[in-house]
Design a protein around this ligand. Structure first.
Ligand SMILES: [Zn+2]
Length: 273
């Protein structure tokens, strides 16, 4: 009898111990749920860390980009002194020794001096050499210039005609409204430059004119103008065109016009942003 009881007790003990070792089903599912929660928390934390990291990287990147945009980069201006070498341009009936190419180069050099303080300036020619007009435009395109300015002097059979006129590229049959952006900007620039040149020099204002036959203004990719600074065929204007004082007034006018143009372009860009 005692033996039987002992055996039963032992069995009960064993069952108890087994039950202790193996947690109940309920306990197991609780543990599983806790484990899952832990895993989920870990995953959420990881995602949060990644999101914060990406946000910080993006903030730094856009901050740097903003700062870079604040640093003013110098605009590239290409100055083209018309004619040169075996191509003298217009002659003068008032002086055998002075021809158009020299006047153009003198004015162009003064313009370079004025603009160099603010812009990156490149001269198509600094000497008395002949350069093909297509190559002049090509040079400006290669330099990715922002503005192209060609300097010339005019001549006409009627000696009373005088004043400044500026050409930009536009097809004869087109009105500006249907021109491309370069053509529109060229006209925009020409207006500013003519106004300030006339203001500075007191010269006659002959106007801004479209012309599709001028190679340098047609073949350039950027806003481009050709300035006829005055008439060599007019005695009074020819004399003025050969003085440093008058040439300086002309280039001061060009510089002011350019400045006004860039200010207007900037205003336009901020308005459209
Ligand atoms: Zn010319």
């Amino acid at each position: 009898m005692t033996n039987k009881r002992n055996v039963e007790r032992k069995r009960n003990k064993d069952i108890d111990q087994k039950n202790k070792k193996r947690p109940s089903n309920k306990k197991r599912t609780v543990r599983k749920v806790r484990k899952k929660r832990k895993k989920r928390k870990f995953l959420i934390r990881r995602i949060l860390v990644i999101v914060i990291f990406l946000f910080v990287v993006y903030s730094i990147f856009s901050g740097v980009k903003f700062l870079i945009e604040l640093i003013p980069t110098k605009k590239i201006i290409v100055i083209d002194a018309g004619h040169g070498g075996s191509d003298p341009g217009f002659p003068s009936k008032y002086s055998k020794s002075i021809v158009e190419k020299e006047i153009n180069l003198n004015i162009a050099k003064k313009l370079k001096e004025n603009l160099e303080k603010k812009y990156k300036v490149h001269m198509v020619r600094t000497q008395d050499i002949k350069i093909d007009n297509y190559n002049r435009a090509k040079k400006a395109n290669e330099l990715k210039a922002d503005i192209f300015i060609s300097i010339h002097a005019n001549s006409f059979e009627d000696p009373t005609v005088e004043g400044i006129e500026i050409f930009y590229d536009l097809e004869d049959e087109k009105v500006l409204e249907y021109g491309n952006q370069k053509q529109k900007d060229s006209k925009f620039l020409a207006d500013f430059v003519l106004n300030s040149m006339v203001e500075e020099s007191g010269a006659n204002k002959r106007g801004v004119k479209k012309n599709h036959r001028i190679i340098v203004t047609r073949e350039t990719d950027m806003p481009a103008i050709l300035i006829e600074t005055g008439f060599m065929s007019n005695g009074n204007e020819f004399a003025k065109l050969n003085t440093d004082l008058y040439q300086q007034k002309l280039v001061d006018g060009i510089e002011k016009g350019l400045e006004n143009y860039f200010i207007s372009i900037k205003d336009r860009e901020t308005k459209t942003k």
